[in-house]
Design a protein around this ligand. Sequence first.
Ligand code: AMP
Length: 414
Amino acid sequence: MATFEQLGLPSEIIKTLDQAGFTEPSSIQVRAIPFLLDSEADLIALAQTGTGKTAAFGLPILCKTEGKGKEPTTLILCPTRELCMQITKDLQGFARGWKGISVVSVYGGQSMSIQINSLKKGADIVVGTPGRIHDLIRRKALVLKNVERVVLDEADEMLDMGFKEDLDAILEQTPETKQTLLFSATISKSVYSIASDYMKEPEEISVGEKNKGADNVTHEYYVTANQNKFEALKRILSSLPNVYGIVFCRTKKQTQEVADNLQQAGYNTESLHGDISQNVRTSIMNRFKRGRITLLAATDVAARGIDVNNLTHIINYNLPDQNGLYTHRSGRTGRAQKSGISISIVAPNETGRIKQLENLVGKTFEYKKIPSGEEVMEIKFNSFLEEMKNIDTSEFGYDHYFSEAVSKLKHLKK
Ligand code: AMP
């Protein structure tokens, strides 16, 4: 097993990684870090979200950055405000106490003047969404003539979100001599077209197979008629006592309905979709991250950039319109070396889509029967007993509790 020292990183950074609990490098880090420390060549890296790709490109970039520059030498483009903030936070954390490197993030939804002021103070690394970066270039608040490296993170998502024109305009402003690094979970024609338009003989590395799902995610599916879907969801959730996950829905209206109905059924749920204001969204995201909300009903767009490592389940209340989105959804679980389950609830006429997804992900999806009322009861009862078993009553003795429990449960006897 390689260590961060063996990858060629300096001791200052290794100390910080140690403190952050990064004991050994992930596969993408093992492949990308030595290459990027050594080479100025372009790179296409195929890696799912949650594989440690931010550190894979971020650490070598920090090593190559002088610090205290006025105009940026690195530009990192990513699809969402949340991802932007996450990358910035990660890089600032890695660089703490080292070389005085300044990392500035710019994204839509925050005041333009605050961002212009931060840029004026000097930024070595700018992390931004394509729309806002393009705007700042047009206002001459961001000058890219010193850029030595461009990172296109989640390139497939940026293209899916319609940022192609902004990307074209931005890349045109960067020097010919720069190094371009493209990270993507899936590789499509449009991703290749970006590569062929803007990259010079890129090296290609891939962690797992192309377009394949994360290794530690298992896939299950349930079949039910559309009108019984919510009941099916409730039964499935009842059979998963410690579920912590995202329920993906297709429309804003449906997302809200599912969240409202789950709340009524006693679940700790909120909805996340485009009609919810940014402030409320941020508050919901924070509560979800802290585990105060255990089930988030969300649309694909709103769920972009969700960075929570220990989700147990992803539930596809509806399959996504495009198969590629399935990989993104299921990649929200099974992150940071943990395992996860991606569940799909499909109508009888949608089982053909399951076959397509199996081919895409490269794994068999397990067919599961929707639990009956009796099975749900049994699961709930056993989980309750497990919980009781785990209560530490050693200090006081069990006897009193045991006789009381037996007397209270007497009516359950046949
Ligand atoms: P990323 O794919 O960059 O979004 O990383 C996903 C999560 O894994 C983040 O929370 C990182 O902090 C964490 N992570 C990245 N690299 C490592 C590592 N080598 N060891 C442990 N955790 C890591």
